[in-house]
Design a protein around this ligand. Structure first.
Ligand code: NAP
Ligand code: ZN
Length: 351
């Protein structure tokens, strides 16, 4: 029997609309959560519009949402991590095999059998997983995160994807004091990247296509802001970066950024536009520069990131919206018109 309210996309072209879905009763290891806030990630939009058709075709109806913060309402008999009333978070992962070498090393996101929070096969229901644009969710305790009490739940929700997706590569590539670091794109991911790079003590440079975001970027922690459409401005930084994190959701020229890396510098892509990139050979080989990707982060690392945010009082800058405005929010997201993450207030789903 359907027992949860949700918003779902019925097809790639129809607007999201109210619906009801079924959530399982908690099994012994499950945590049932009443969702308070869910962030809107650009991945939700890519998936809803079936823009990733070649890699991950969308199954409709699709209930997106993987930046979830809520209150625990019920726990299974074997749950030790949470009790009723706790604040809890769920990100992009809800399951993995937990036996493979990746899982054993805390890299659940690279497990061949990982299950994403939406649009992935759900062994419990036999259908696909449904995400956080809903009033509740049931998740195995291993994939549920503790949210530091000092963080606002609305601003903490985006940490579950935008937070960990930027925190993880910054750590992997040794960003810290004495490093010059670039963040490309001041969106949901990018603004978290700026906050983390700044908190880690790096000299942080924000690249943007939007001149009007300059003041915000400086306030968020950037030491410098470069308008990426200005070739002269870009040329001033040639060969100078230790690391660049690219968090752009659309097609753009990566070679322009590779040229800005120092010897042995790395550019890591977290943005996932659907079309392949063209990378020139010479800028990479001449200075032993490297180009890589990164996918969210494992569960232990996500908890570490949340605890770091608790200590440093870091949350996303959010515009809180009722779920009835989700389609309008998607249109604005495409135009980079959000400062800097939409967070859906799920109380709006109750009415
Ligand atoms: P977002 O909030 O829409 O931000 C993307 C930013 O990219 C915009 O704010 C804009 O920044 C810049 N941009 C947009 N169009 C551009 C264009 N045509 N040329 C150059 N820059 C452009 O998106 P998001 O939620 O941060 O997600 C960013 C990407 O990361 C998406 O593709 C998403 O699917 C992906 N993602 C990946 C992972 C992962 O694990 N790897 C996790 C989450 C999301 P400016 O206005 O400052 O230029
Ligand atoms: Zn996301």
């Amino acid at each position: 029997m359907p027992n949860a309210k949700a918003y779902a996309a019925p097809s790639a072209t129809a607007p999201l609309a109210a619906t009801t879905i079924t959530r399982r009763d908690p099994t012994p290891n499950d945590v049932q959560i009443e969702i308070l806030y869910c962030g809107i990630c650009h991945s939700d939009l890519h998936q809803v519009r079936d823009e990733w058709n070649e890699m991950m075709p969308t199954v409709y109806p699709c209930v997106p949402g993987h930046e979830i913060v809520g209150r625990v309402t019920k726990v299974g008999s074997a749950v030790t991590k949470f009790k009723v009333g706790d604040l809890a978070g769920v990100g992009c992962l809800v399951d993995s095999d937990r036996t493979c070498p990746e899982c054993k090393q805390g890299f659940e996101q690279f497990c061949n059998n990982m299950i994403l929070t939406y649009n992935f096969p759900d062994k419990h229901s036999g259908g696909v997983t449904y995400g956080g644009y809903s009033d509740s969710i049931v998740v195995d305790q291993h994939f549920v995160l503790r949210i530091p009490a000092n963080l606002s739940p609305a601003g903490a929700a985006p940490l579950l994807c935008a937070g960990i997706t930027t925190y993880s590569p910054l750590h992997h590539w040794g960003v810290g004091k004495g490093k010059k670091v670039g963040i490309v794109g001041l969106g949901g991911l990018g603004h978290m990247g700026v906050k983390f790079a700044h908190a880690l003590g790096a000299h942080t440079v924000l690249f943007t296509t939007s001149a009007k975001k300059k003041e915000d970027a400086l306030r968020l922690g950037a030491d410098e802001v470069v308008l990426s459409t200005d070739a002269n401005d870009m040329a001033k930084h040639a060969g100078s970066f230790d690391f660049i994190l690219d968090a752009v959701a659309a097609e753009h020229d990566l070679n322009a950024y590779i040229n800005l890396l120092a010897r042995d510098g790395n550019i890591t892509l977290v943005g996932a536009p659907p079309k392949p990139f063209q990378i020139a050979a010479f800028p990479l080989i001449f200075r032993r520069r490297s180009f890589s990707g990164s996918l969210i982060g494992g569960i232990a690392e996500t908890q570490k990131m949340l605890d770091f945010c608790g200590q440093h009082n870091i949350t996303a800058d959010v515009e809180v919206i009722p779920i009835q405005k989700v389609n309008e929010a998607y249109e604005r997201l495409v135009k980079s018109d959000v400062k800097y993450r939409f967070s859906i207030d799920m109380a709006s789903l109750k009415g």
